[in-house]
Design a protein around this ligand. Structure first.
Ligand SMILES: Nc1nc2c(ncn2[C@@H]2O[C@H](COP(=O)(O)OP(=O)(O)OP(=O)(O)O)[C@@H](O)[C@H]2O)c(=O)[nH]1
Ligand SMILES: [Mg+2]
Length: 475
């Protein structure tokens, strides 16, 4: 499919030879096909976007305090050596010095954020090799300009293509502004399937209920509820609870922090508990303002209790904090939803871009675009997945769940799609595929189903046929 998309882009470049700006836009799309997937991190002001980005990278690259930088769209990509490039709205790009303070990257724009189009940070790290992460300014903020900047990036109104292939949307609790925002960047073009390119995160999950010991447990329960919330279901692929701060601090835990926590853990437990009721109270009694900023009250409570229960080394503590932060849940969802569908999502972005630039004057390319869309069964799957999530296909509930799984909602591997363990052998997988094929054939013929539901069943028949072909029988 990538080859077909590349071909149609080249064809377009030839046909729009008289329009240098369009050619430039299309050239960028060709290059983009081979680049890592671009995932933007969006959400309201102070939702914890930059902290989560740092947790995903495993280093403090994104500034998290107030400052001009947090108002600028910033790209973080794998590079040979650390480099910060500023692209102003007017004039050519400028290199900024790479300064680290306490291990964290410290960027000084040297000019108002308003004058900056974007920052690009090259950072040598494995975690950015398959995915470029894009930090965006908070939306629906008091500062309408900053909010508008994030909006323009994710859903430009003119005919420039969207820059991100997928979005991680952070919210602290479900707010109508979040649903409005997600709704507003639903795209209207070819592959019409924004929900499949968005994963929602219930962020700063450790703060739920004032950071009580069961905060993460409650947060997971809320995320599960949001997953089936009608306001969200059609707008995103999944909802995961994550305490980004805990994850980031865990991944960058220092020896002196472990020592300080061990000292706190040795104090009488009741005293510590009562000091942990509020930040003010804690810092008044124990000082350690820096520790609170790094761990939060929940993190201190959790870390001291782990040490009391026998965690002996910083490495052990770090692993436990990351494990409890929900970061790996998010990473797993990002892998199945985004990384495994990388080529499809990139092809989709390219076709969306092509459709935007050729709108109104397609120069005979509409047929080529249509042919790719119709020919690639993956697009039909993506659209159906999105329709199922939005609840616009009237299928019985158990069938919806099975359909979502067959379409790759839990992962793209054949056994997983068929509801078998990943390590299931070829024979079992083939048998399950044949059985699924038989049933979906039956569903497709079910006279009780409406036209849309029957169409959906036919897409699944093709999916099952594909699964049968992928697992050939022994002769
Ligand atoms: N307790 C707790 N605090 C968090 C968490 N994530 C972020 N914070 C804190 O919330 C504040 C804002 O975090 P940022 O990561 O800068 O949030 P942001 O969404 O990037 O903010 P803007 O870019 O200014 O919109 C910082 O003081 C963080 O330490 C979390 O998971 N738990
Ligand atoms: Mg930020």
């Amino acid at each position: 499919m990538k080859a077909a998309v590349r071909d149609v882009l080249h064809k377009a470049i030839a046909r729009y030879g008289d329009q240098p700006r369009t050619v430039e836009l299309l050239r960028r799309q060709v290059a983009r096909l081979d680049e890592p997937l671009r995932v933007a991190i969006a959400g309201k002001v102070k939702a914890g976007k930059s902290t989560l980005l740092n947790a995903l990278v495993g280093e403090a690259v994104a500034p998290t305090d107030a400052g001009e930088c947090t108002k600028v769209v910033t790209w973080y990509r794998d590079g040979l050596s650390p480099r910060v490039t500023l692209y102003p709205k007017q004039g050519g790009p400028a290199q900024l010095p790479v300064v680290r303070r306490d291990g964290a990257l410290d960027i000084d724009l040297g000019r108002p954020a308003d004058d900056v189009d974007r920052l690009v940070v090259d950072w040598p790290t494995r975690s950015l090799r398959t995915t470029t992460l894009i930090d965006t300014p908070g939306v629906a903020s008091v500062n309408a300009d900053v909010s508008a900047r994030a909006h323009r990036f994710l859903d430009p109104e003119d005919d420039t293509p969207t820059e991100a292939d997928a979005v991680i949307y952070l919210m602290r609790h479900l707010h109508s502004a979040d649903a409005d925002f997600l709704e507003s960047f639903r795209d209207r073009g070819v592959a019409r399937a924004t929900s499949v390119t968005t994963v929602a995160v219930l962020s700063r999950a450790d703060e739920i209920g004032g950071g009580r010991a069961d905060a993460m447990f409650s947060a997971r329960a809320i995320a599960t509820r949001y997953r089936s919330e009608p306001a969200l279901r059609g707008l995103c692929q999944n909802v995961v609870a994550v305490a980004g701060l805990l994850a980031h601090t865990g991944r960058t835990l220092r020896q002196n922090e472990f020592t300080a926590l061990a000292e706190l853990a040795a104090k009488p437990r009741e005293d510590l508990e009562s000091a942990l009721l509020s930040t003010d109270r804690f810092t008044r009694v124990h000082g350690h303002g820096e520790l609170v900023a790094r761990f939060g009250l929940f993190g201190i409570r959790l870390a001291t209790s782990l040490i009391r229960q026998g965690t002996r080394t910083p490495a052990e503590l770090a692993d436990e904090l990351v494990a409890r932060s929900g970061l790996s849940d998010l990473q797993k969802v990002l892998t199945t939803q985004f990384t495994e569908r990388r080529d499809l999502l990139k092809a989709r972005s390219a076709l969306l871009a092509l459709e935007r630039v050729t709108r109104g004057d397609d120069r005979g390319l509409a047929r080529d675009i249509e042919r790719i869309l119709a020919g690639a069964h993956e697009f039909a799957e993506l659209r159906l997945l999105s329709a199922l999530r939005a609840g616009t296909v009237a299928l019985p509930k158990p069938l919806v769940r099975e359909a979502e799984r067959l379409l790759g909602d839990d992962g793209g591997a054949a056994p997983v799609r068929l509801g078998l363990p990943l390590e299931a052998d070829q024979r079992a997988t083939r048998a399950a595929a044949l059985e699924a094929l038989r049933r979906w054939h039956e569903h497709a013929e079910n006279p009780a189903f409406g036209r849309r539901a029957s169409d959906a069943c036919r897409v699944l028949v093709r999916t099952c046929e594909g699964l049968v072909t992928r697992t050939p029988g022994q002769r």
